[in-house]
Design a protein around this ligand. Sequence first.
Ligand code: ZN
Length: 308
Amino acid sequence: MIERAYLREVGLRDGLQLVRGDLSTAHKLEWIREEAAAGVHEIEVTSFVPFKSFPIFADAVEVATTALAIPGLLASGLTPNARGALTAFDTGLTKVNYVISASEAHSQANVRRSTAQAMDDFARIVEARAERGLEKTVTLSFGIATCFGCTIQGEVPEDLVYRIAERGVELGADEVMIADTVGYANPLQVERIFAGVLSRLGNVPVAAHFHDTRGLGLANIAAAARVGVRRFDASLGGLGGCPHAPGATGNVVFEDAAFLLETMGLSTGIDIPKLIALRRKVEIWLPEERFSGAIHRAGVPKTFHAAA
Ligand code: ZN
């Protein structure tokens, strides 16, 4: 039996929130359509943040509703709070992603709320989903940022990460995403923390979100895959920087991550050459951004066989 792994594109959210230029709605939709056609299972298509602060997401509703009509694609959207979740529910999205910070200092800096207040907000989102009768149709992903350390407060206790993950599931999370928001994680820490989370959460799916800020993104994906994680975030061309490390590389490079997982015998269903062709377009659309990665330059090896 072939084992599946699921790669989620986060470039249209995590990536775009830091770009200097703009990306038109038409280009966003072309990106989403072509990536879906290349076999990408889930795309986080937008963010329901206040668009006065993030004008690049002013088209969130249009992008979400259009993406919903693409066959075979799971389109999801990020919300930083309960208000954004309501907008996301209104669009008809069947997956809504919420993120809380394990680091108190990061939570205050990012959303001006304590971690406990952000947890209360998640409870309100779960309630709002129930009030609208959407429990069976809308999946709620509960992400935890800064699980491997924080640029502001430094160490983040592992026990705290476990407690937050368990609380999220108690409240109603359908998926838990463990994030290395600032690119501090290393493979040994990844194996330990993901093994800890997986053993505590039973059958709840656990996803991994790494940044390649210090060059360990792919190594961390391999480490998480080895302990049983099968859901991973990445962005095409590694789009997205790090707000705390100017000039640093961004998310893990999507096409390289697909290659890695396939070589580990985990089938992603993704057509890597199609992704490389799309990447070249996105690079042209965002001329001020720095993209990274290796597979787009070298191509897949002659000896490469997709897992499936
Ligand atoms: Zn991120």
